[in-house]
Design a protein around this ligand. Structure first.
Ligand code: DON
Length: 307
């Protein structure tokens, strides 16, 4: 599809030098990533791929990992348990908000904010800490690629600066929304954020969701197809944090961002579009990534709310 390559090139040309935002600075490793890096990719449900820019650069998955852990919780516990114990609504507040917890009796509301993600980690059935971590890593690899791996350097950087998340874990525990040892859940959550992947692997994760849970590159049926609509609904509600509503309004695709600079948007039944560039807006979403994905989705006329 040369047409698609042209659309990607146009979006990349227009926005890869866009200014504004800054690297995440509360995790030292992320603050040191070269800000000019920029990449864009599409993977469709047949496994065709298009990519450009710094497409081999391996960046931090960060919050996008929450989607994979949610998928694992869906597989183990089912959508009703996920909705009851964690939630399926936007918080309307920053991704690490303590106020959002206080306002809702300690319930996280969404598996895609930090509190809900730690709650999701704790909900998994696992013999011990290492089994919990391995199950999550395996899900990232099955949805994305077997090249996805932990960065010890990033993990050390995150583990030494995650006091706020530790506080959230204890608050969740005291309110009855954390189902394992709180510090084990926080530790495993921090590790799940500390894996590296490239933009094509990120698009592959999205394409697995677009394709009813079957990874279109490996052919493996990773998720129950009945679960992918619930995962995508969670992404639409909270995947772009406190700008999820504006993103739904302007782009209309379920998406997930991370403070590593990645964003993936899913066109169910068709493809996923992924972008990476480290500079973030106030909400924690990649500035260039949002612009490039919005432009590609608009050029292809993909918006779930369009007839
Ligand atoms: O827990 C944190 O704060 C980070 N490891 C991940 C947060 C994140 O990616 C939010 N994304 N936009």
């Amino acid at each position: 599809m040369d047409h698609l390559q042209n659309i990607l090139e146009n979006a990349f040309e227009q926005f890869h030098g866009a200014q504004g935002g800054h690297n995440a600075d509360y995790i030292p490793f992320l603050n040191n990533i070269p800000s000019e890096l920029c990449a864009l990719a599409v993977v469709d449900v047949k496994g065709n791929t298009w990519q450009l820019g710094d497409d081999e650069y391996r960046f931090a998955i960060e919050s996008i990992s929450k989607v994979c852990t949610l998928a694992l919780a869906m597989a183990q516990k089912g959508p009703e348990v996920v909705k009851d114990k964690i939630g399926a609504s936007p918080t309307g507040m920053p991704f690490n908000s303590v106020l959002a917890l206080e306002l809702h009796g300690g319930k996280p509301l969404s598996p895609l904010v930090n509190a809900g993600a730690m709650s999701t980690v704790s909900l998994l059935t696992a013999a011990d800490r290492d089994a919990r971590w391995q199950a999550i890593l395996t899900m990232q690899q099955k949805m994305g690629s077997h090249q996805i791996a932990l960065s010890d350097e990033l993990n050390t950087s995150e583990q030494s600066t995650n006091a706020h998340n530790k506080g959230i874990a204890w608050l969740l525990y005291s309110a009855g929304y954390l189902y394992s040892d709180p510090m084990e859940a926080c530790d495993v959550y921090t590790r799940q954020c500390s894996t590296l992947l490239n933009v094509v692997e990120l698009a592959t994760m999205g394409a697995t969701l677009a394709n009813g849970g079957q990874n279109p590159i490996t052919g493996e049926q990773v998720l129950n197809p009945e679960h992918t609509p619930y995962i995508l609904a969670e992404m639409m509600m909270e995947g772009m944090y406190d700008s999820s509503g504006e993103w739904a309004y302007s782009v209309g695709l379920p998406s997930k961002s991370g403070v590593g600079g990645g964003i993936v948007s899913v066109v169910p039944g068709v493809m996923a579009i992924a972008a990476f560039s480290p500079q973030l807006d106030e909400m924690g979403n990649s500035v260039r990534g949002q612009k490039m994905i919005a432009q590609v989705a608009n050029a292809l006329n993909f918006n779930l709310f369009k007839a």
